[in-house]
Design a protein around this ligand. Structure first.
Ligand code: KIV
Length: 286
């Protein structure tokens, strides 16, 4: 039986960093959450200010996803993102996080050189950003690399199912693991868990399959488009705030109603045009 963490509104938290005095989230801590039936909350983050806000709001795991290639850079896939860019954004997120664990996505092209090549990149990521682990896309084919990294004490968050770096191989952002394909995704999840991944993202797979994987694995599953029975959920921050409108997958829930950010900017435009901003309140006296 899962227990939902009581949602905390920003206003309910103290303004001082004391709100973040709770113990930092760690790899063993996340695994304990699964055993105790406490759902893990994760979002993506790409900069200091949002990392600070998401951390204060109670997010456990901040993922610096290579989704930044789409929502920050405006590409149509995640493939163009470089290691330098991941390091730049991850370092900013780490400066904003007090309690949350921070994980950096390894960009496309860095995981195909095998263990030592990936280790070199992961060492740069951990040394130059201060983050706590890396995420790698791929199941069976990445298992040896995950094993090697974990033997070198690099925590790895695995990612199976609809892995966006495989968009061209899949022929689009398509749900994986339907029908007979379910056993392939199951084998991927089992392989990364046996290799030592500390948790696994399950993306774009049928909910019953995600439930079976979650029951079978000892490590936490973090779902995105994988139904409600995973050990945790992750959403891209821009999707949950409704500020990325190019592609809105069915699994996205927007927590800001009626394009709130868009309308706020629209009111600023109106106020400047009509001379209602700035007022004396926002101006300096002599
Ligand atoms: O790149 C990303 O943001 C991700 C998450 C959506 C899991 O991989």
């Amino acid at each position: 039986m899962k227990r939902a963490i009581v949602p905390q509104s920003m206003s309910a938290l103290p303004a001082s960093p004391a709100g973040a005095a709770a113990a930092p989230v760690t790899v063993p801590g996340l695994q304990r959450m699964k055993r105790e039936g406490v759902r893990i909350v994760s979002t993506t983050a790409y900069d200091f200010s949002f990392a600070r806000l998401l951390d204060k709001a109670g997010v456990d795991l901040l993922l610096v996803g290579d989704s930044l290639g789409m929502v920050i850079q405006g590409h149509s896939t995640t493939l163009p993102v470089t290691l330098e860019q991941m390091i730049y954004h991850t370092a900013a997120v780490v400066r904003g996080a007090r309690r949350a664990m921070v994980v950096c996505d390894m960009p496309f092209g860095f995981c195909h050189g095998g263990g030592v090549a990936v280790m070199d990149a992961a060492v740069r990521v951990l040394k130059e950003t201060g983050c706590h682990g890396v995420k790698l896309e791929g199941g069976v084919r990445m298992a040896e690399t995950i094993r090697f990294l974990w033997e070198q004490q690099v925590p790895v968050l695995a990612h199976v199912g609809l892995t966006p770096q495989s968009v061209h191989a899949f022929g689009g952002f398509k749900v994986q693991g339907r029908g007979e394909d379910a056993e392939r995704v199951m084998a991927d999840a089992v392989a990364v868990a046996e290799a030592g991944a500390f948790a696994v993202v399950l993306e774009g797979i049928p909910a019953p399959l995600a439930r079976r994987i979650t029951e079978r694995l000892e490590i936490p599953t973090i779902g995105i488009g994988a139904g409600g029975q995973c050990d945790g959920q992750v959403l891209v921050m821009h999707d949950l705030l409704g500020i990325y409108e190019e592609v809105v997958p069915r699994f996205v829930k927007c927590y800001l109603p009626d394009r709130t950010v868009f309308h706020a900017v629209g009111r600023f435009v109106d106020d400047v045009r009509s001379g209602q901003f700035p007022t004396e309140e926002h101006s300096f006296t002599e």
